[in-house]
Ligand binder design. Sequence first.
Ligand code: CAA
Length: 379
Amino acid sequence: MQFNLTEEHLMIRQAARDFAQTELKPGVIERDEYQKFPAEQIKKLGELGFLGMMVSPEYGGSGMDAISYSIVMEELSKVDASASVVVSVNNSLVCYGLEKYGNEEQKQKYLVPLAQGQVIGAFCLSEPEAGSDATSQRTTAIDMGDYYLLNGTKNWITNGSTASTYIVMAQTDAAKKHRGINALIVEKGLEGFTVGPKENKLGIRGSDTHSLMFTDVKIPKENRIGEDGFGFKFAMATLEGGRIGIASQALGIASGAYELSVQYAKERKAFGKTLGDLQAIQFKLADMATEIEAARLLCYRAAWLKDNKLPYAQAASMAKLFASETAMRTTIEAVQIHGGYGFVKEYHVERLMRDAKITQIYEGTSEIQRIVISREVLK
Ligand code: CAA
């Protein structure tokens, strides 16, 4: 067992750190305020190979490991979680699933441009009445012979209006329950496919979240991923890797708030000392540092298991559960350490606190992670 990152990991970390400081930090407050999607920044992330990080070079990806992905997610999320969620969804929920379960034609047609960052993708599972209870899909994909007829509504879709390729889960045979669900590749612009208004959110306000409506949209049969009825397993297997991405995002939000707090504690004077000389602040920083380190180890462990083709569902859920709770606790403390300055936008920590909340909700709430973990525990 060894805990050191490789030379390559360190280089990737530096590249992501530089990108976050030079490309994401300027304008991050404004993008949050006006809910502006970081389009230019995402384009550049695509050019750097960060949108298809783990995809094989054969399909236009960077061929990196999941640990590199976790490192990049942490570094970007320290500064801009609205940008990093695009990286996470594109890598984990769209590219990974297409590479692992798509056929050769689907990979050439859809995966290559996604991995090269020419277009971005979206993963469409949640519905108005099926969030955590993902087996209860109401969207239908009726088998019409050559094509599926897609009808229904998807909610809270990241990259909802900016994506070009959507992976949509829909029920083909309700009698078969989750075994009747299919995963379909849906292109933007198809007749009957409409995008709802942008959601006005508490956090990750720069990210592009919408409802999607499908009315008699014709999806060619060749756009189904895997065998008939494979859609629910596809979604679950894909979400396992997604949870490593969101765990790493939460880790980044926490470590971003922590680093700002350490810097502030060294500079800010009160009672004739710096804040860092006060034990009340020292203890807060010590707790933050310890929890962040634990969260990082959980993220790396889940990524390592994935890289080594070992089962990682429980590890990914543990990482997501702990890192997201750490993000929430750490960012609340970061605001407290900053006092009144923490409550205004210029100091960044209030945004990180708002952004932290979604990591306890999307890609499975903390309660869902506990279900996944406890099932393994009780097996
Ligand atoms: N890999 C492959 N198959 C899996 C699996 C996995 N990780 N987990 C479950 N399955 C299979 C099971 O084997 C079972 O199949 P069989 O019956 O054929 O054996 C089937 O899926 C159903 O499994 P369960 O009985 O465990 O299903 P459940 O109804 O009890 O639900 C759950 C399990 C864990 C609660 C699941 O519904 C879940 O994860 N819900 C949360 C959904 C979620 O994370 N949504 C996030 C939306 S996406 C998002 O947020 C993206 C974004 O934009 C940022």
